[in-house]
Design a protein. Structure first.
Lengths: 348, 322
């Protein structure tokens, strides 16, 4: 029996205005979704050109979920986005050329070649870099929220996980502690239905993962993760509730992982009909239609956005290709922090 | 100066840092109302309130992960594992995140993780271990193992000041047994500097933690021999220069630790001496450590496990005679 609330789809322009989004905000969301997909599509090309070492991971199908949540965050809020959440980095302002440099292990990637793929973050933009062990970052986001609570700051932490990662013990420990202390944290579960090759019925036995929220003493919400405005609305409500002392919320965003786990995986185990069904709910196409119908996005508007995104990505690729490889003689640097390293925005 | 137990000295240092820096807070199981399983934080919650002395759910992962997130946001968490053995449940957040975040993405993670460790009172396999070598092996972590009340205070202050994750191994068997004069004022004992516990000319014992006193007792039983005891104080970073200087002076070295032998930190010390002071040695470096078994419960078995004074006396005699 379902316990979590199932969120309504996005509404009219009038509804959206009440949530605080104007026309320019709405077009910016579209732009961010296009950049998100564009970065990953160009990543595929770089991979095929042999320019990306290791493997390559994308979040195709998750653009609305990532951009919707990130748009709802305030500047001083922080988050721990994962490898399907490119849209969070883009929305928070990470420049695409630095992401391409990261993919290629270049000096100008956020980790300077020390880590790859989406294992990166710009802490100045309120993001904390993920590790491969999922959802190990979830208790870390809870700890950030604890710091805000101790200092009585009106800031919120957002913790991401997938439906596979939700089965690990640290998800339980982190959410339980956050519930006990009513910490200002919002849990986003990107439920893309496949943990590598493992389907949901082999991962959990509840109807919705958001149903678990009740067991931790807070609200759970299920939302269509291809509906960017519905995701935004639910994230905004949960974030502001947390900011006002109302404690955590668990939001389950339902999507489908539209590609394999990574580029080496052709996802043969996902039924073709499922891909076909979810392709009809492509988050970008869906939002494009909404914009045309609700804010009179014209062909000219759209063309301007598309041209801008294409130019941005082309220039970013070039800039990343010009970035040098890291210098092996720097390998030993920074294993241990020095007191100077504490001179960061968050350590002041 | 006042006479303080090893436990009181840790408590004093921690309390003083919490008074002087409001970013410092304590989190752990039973650390608040109860004052900690060993009473290190007794009275802290009354003084600092429930949000700076956090009674945590039984969730080592949430403690370590939470401390990591709070540290990244500019706090100075002092997290406690009720027993060092339970750090296994917090391994991922300590080793996967906290240890690597500075090197990977430039984010310092200033955490102190207090780890009541060591055996000698029938704690059995899960309340007695000395896991320092496991963490000394992880780039990015520091491992501190004080032996005296004076160092316990100075090193907890240093650990809190340090911008890195610092594991503070406090030996349970020293808590109330060991007393000493401790300066009243604030002071910082640098991490990575060894202490000469006892000067000597004939043979060197390199050790740390509770084994410092085992070495001292053994030396007393050999009054005709001049034995130098080096208290390493921390195994990561460790004071290679002090160890090599003593090895060159005495030419005979015994490395002593309470942790098990294979992969214990003594192996690293012995290898370094062999690499860098081979020409100065008059005997092979000798190791005395616990055997490669879990820590046993029954007193007679535990005595056979933890290196005893007699074992060290025997080892020293063999080295002296070599």
């Amino acid at each position: 029996m379902a316990i979590a609330r199932v969120a309504e789809p996005s509404g009219s322009l009038q509804d959206v205005k009440e949530w605080g989004l104007d026309r320019e905000d709405l077009l910016q969301i579209y732009r961010n979704m296009l950049i998100t997909r564009g970065v990953e599509e160009r990543g595929h090309i770089l991979y095929r050109q042999g320019k990306i070492p290791g493997s390559f991971y994308t979040g195709r199908g998750n653009e609305a979920s990532a951009v919707g949540v990130a748009t709802a965050m305030a500047t001083d809020d922080v988050g721990t986005p994962l490898h399907r959440d490119m849209g969070v980095h883009i929305t928070r302002g990470v420049e695409p050329w630095r992401i391409f440099a990261q993919f290629m292990g270049r000096e100008d990637g956020p980790t300077h070649g020390r880590d790859g793929n989406m294992h990166m973050a710009d802490q100045r933009l309120g993001l904390i870099a993920m590790v491969s062990h999922l959802p190990a970052m979830l208790p870390v986001a809870v700890g950030a929220a604890l710091a805000f609570r101790i200092r009585e700051e009106k800031r919120v932490a957002v913790a991401w996980s997938g439906e596979g990662a939700m089965q690990r013990g640290d998800a339980h420990e982190g959410m339980n502690f956050a519930g006990v202390r009513k910490l200002p944290v919002v849990f986003i579960c990107d439920n893309n239905q496949w943990a590598y090759s493992t389907p949901t019925h082999l991962e959990y036995a509840v109807e919705h993962l958001a149903d678990r929220a009740q067991a931790y003493g807070f609200d759970g919400v299920v939302v269509d993760g291809t509906d960017v405005l519905a995701v935004y609305r639910e994230a905004k409500y949960a974030i502001e509730k947390a900011r006002d002392g109302g404690g955590p919320t668990l939001i389950e965003c339902q999507t489908l992982r539209m590609e394999g786990h990574a580029v080496h995986d052709d996802a043969f185990y996902v039924p073709k009909e499922l891909f076909e069904k979810w392709a009809e709910h492509d988050p970008i196409e869906r939002y494009r239609t909404w914009l045309q119908q609700n804010v009179d996005m014209t062909d000219d508007d759209e063309n301007e956005i598309t041209v801008h995104v294409k130019k941005l990505l082309n220039e970013s690729l070039q800039r990343a290709e010009d970035s040098p490889l890291p210098d092996p003689s720097t390998l030993l640097d920074g294993v241990y922090a020095t007191p100077d390293d504490l001179d960061t925005p968050h350590h002041k | 100066m006042a006479e303080r137990t090893y436990l009181q000295a840790i408590s004093d240092g921690l309390r003083e840092e919490m008074r002087r820096d409001e970013r410092v807070f304590v989190m752990g199981e039973d650390v608040g109302v109860y004052g900690g399983a060993f009473k290190v934080t007794l009275g802290f919650q009354e003084e600092f309130g429930p949000w700076r002395v956090l009674d945590m759910p039984l969730s080592e992962t949430a403690i370590m992960g939470g401390a990591t997130g709070a540290a990244i946001m500019g706090m100075r968490p002092v997290a406690e594992m009720q027993f060092a053995d339970f750090v296994s449940c917090a391994w991922d957040h300590l080793v996967t995140i906290a240890a690597k975040q500075r090197w990977r993405v430039g984010t310092p993670v200033p955490i102190v993780l207090r780890l009541p460790s060591g055996g000698g009172f029938s704690g059995g396999p899960f309340h007695s271990q000395n896991p320092e070598s496991s963490f000394a092996h992880i780039p990015g972590l520091k491992c501190v193992c004080p032996a005296t009340p004076e160092d316990a205070k100075g090193l907890i202050v240093a650990a809190i000041e340090d911008p890195n994750p610092v594991l503070f191994f406090e030996h349970k068997h020293l808590y109330r047994r060991i007393k000493g004069e401790v300066p009243d004022e604030r002071y910082v004992t640098p991490i990575g500097k060894a202490r000469i516990h006892q000067e000597g000319e004939e043979v060197t014992v390199i050790t740390w933690g509770a084994m410092v006193y085992t070495a001292e007792e053994a030396a007393k039983q050999l009054p005709d021999s001049s034995i130098e005891i080096i208290d390493l104080r921390s195994v990561m970073p460790w004071d290679k220069e002090a160890v090599l200087a003593s090895a060159r002076k005495t030419s005979k070295v015994l490395v002593l630790h309470e942790d098990t032998r294979t992969g214990g930190f003594g192996g690293e010390i012995a290898a370094t001496i062999a690499e860098e002071a081979f020409e100065d040695l008059d005997a092979p470096v000798r190791r005395i450590a616990a055997p490669d078994t879990p820590v046993p419960f029954s007193p007679v078995l535990e005595k056979a496990f933890i290196p005893q004074v007699d074992d060290v006396v025997r080892g020293l005699k063999e080295l002296i005679a070599y």
